[in-house]
Design a protein around this ligand. Structure first.
Ligand SMILES: Cc1ncc(COP(=O)(O)O)c(C=O)c1O
Length: 413
């Protein structure tokens, strides 16, 4: 195979030949809710910690002190992004661990937890496991726009409710939940409030005091820091059982030698995110997202936005393209250089519709026909035009091939 060609599928000679793609082709990445590219400034900040500054942050000699100072500087930067004290930040391996630490750190058999039907699996599957360990969980529903009603949270409270865990922004639709109202409900009821802010940090102001939460999760790779690092804000005085047993790292809340380079990257990314929020850079991203969304709505038949008309993070739009398999559209766009995603997950060989979209009441076929476009700092207005040149034409071509597509019916639906 020529060097400039790359094979995306290793499932046998015929399929491999068909899916050979040109590695030199233009690529536009609109899947920043899955992961974001590392910013060059973040990489530069991390670089010394892969080479000359290699000390274990727990060592008392010069090398250890050097990396300890870097970890503590990063802790202050993350705390500044979230508006808390540095001592309230626990570094973790990512958003999943932060969510697990919050829930398993607090919940005990017999406790009641309130969560929602649209949480990320890091929270949902933790809650499922806690149910098997003797906790009770109420999953509060959302409406057709993906928004939760705080009164449902209030009504779900029980005498044994220990934790409310409701995400700040949804990863598939970008819909922002009324976390401040939920924070007040939790405070009145004297219940712990955890929010998964993995998709909100860097896209919205995330201030723990305004939210009124006791615990808040973030993840490095969603804000242009590396994969494999995250943090949990733990309000002073909150006693958590650790997930791991070992040394007394992170004030005995998270044992294990620190991922110094990753933590430094998270700290630098937090500083950059804070500056961008202060400058109002996110308004530009919202403009690009809105143009993409509006043009698709105007130029493609039988489409709609999942999560329209409610507060959303500025980078995300989730659009259904009726009569098209979302996966087929993702692959067709990828072959032309545009990376987007479906919320669908492949389990046991079958494509399951997204639990978030079905919880919003979408029919399974419409949920399967939905695509998420999520922008990042590196994207440009010109890339939006590139996407707009591809999406309507690709959707129309797939519909021409579709045996179930009937134009008249589509226009009237
Ligand atoms: C809302 C939300 N929570 C948690 C996670 C998990 O974060 P991580 O990939 O850092 O484990 C993700 C990742 O997609 C997410 O979107």
């Amino acid at each position: 195979m020529p060097k400039n060609q790359l094979c995306v599928c290793a499932e046998g000679p015929n399929r491999t030949r068909r899916r050979r793609i040109d590695a030199r082709m233009r690529r536009v990445y609109f899947d920043n809710n899955a992961t974001t590219p590392l910013l060059p400034e973040v990489f530069e900040a991390m670089r010394p910690y892969f080479s000359e500054q290699f000390g274990n942050a727990s060592s008392i000699h010069h090398h250890g002190q050097e990396t300890r100072a870097a970890v503590e500087h990063a802790r202050e930067s993350v705390a500044a992004l979230l508006g808390c004290r540095a001592s309230e930040i626990v570094f973790t391996s990512g958003g999943t661990e932060a969510d697990n630490l919050a829930l398993f750190g607090l919940a005990r058999p017999g406790d009641h937890i309130i969560s929602s039907t649209i949480e990320h699996h890091a929270v949902l599957n933790s809650c499922k496991h806690l149910e098997s360990l003797g906790c009770e969980v109420t999953y509060v529903p959302v409406d057709g726009r993906g928004l939760l009603d705080p009164d449902d949270v209030r009504r779900a409270l029980r005498p044994n409710t220990k934790i409310i865990s409701i995400m700040m922004a949804n990863n598939e639709t970008g819909v922002v939940q009324p976390v401040e109202e939920i924070g007040k409900i939790a405070a009145e009821a004297d219940v712990y409030f955890h929010t998964d802010a993995v998709q909100a940090a860097g896209k919205l102001p995330v201030e723990v005091k305004r939210i009124g939460c006791d615990l808040l999760s973030i993840s490095g790779h969603k804000l242009h820091a590396p994969q494999g690092v995250g943090a949990l804000y733990v309000r002073k005085g909150t006693i958590l059982l650790p997930l791991f047993y070992g040394g007394s790292h992170e004030r005995s809340r998270r044992a294990g030698t620190e991922n110094v380079a990753g933590i430094v990257g998270l700290g630098r990314a937090a500083e950059i995110a804070r500056q961008a929020l202060d400058r109002g850079d996110l308004a530009q991203m919202a403009e690009m997202r809105d143009r993409l969304e509006q043009k698709i709505l105007a130029e493609v038949e039988a489409v709609g936005v999942n999560g329209y008309g409610v507060p959303r993070v500025p980078n995300t739009t989730n659009i259904y393209f009726d009569f098209i398999e979302g996966e087929a559209l993702v692959i067709a766009l990828d072959l032309k250089g545009l990376a987007v995603s479906t919320g669908a997950a492949c389990s046991s060989g079958a494509v399951e519709p997204s639990h978030v979209l079905t919880a919003m009441g979408l029919r399974p076929d419409r949920a399967r026909a939905s695509l998420r476009f999520s922008l990042g700092k590196q994207n440009t207005a010109e890339e939006v035009e590139f996407a707009l040149a591809l999406v309507p034409e690709t959707a129309a071509r797939l519909r021409e091939l579709s045996p179930v597509y009937n134009r008249k019916e589509a226009l009237s639906s």
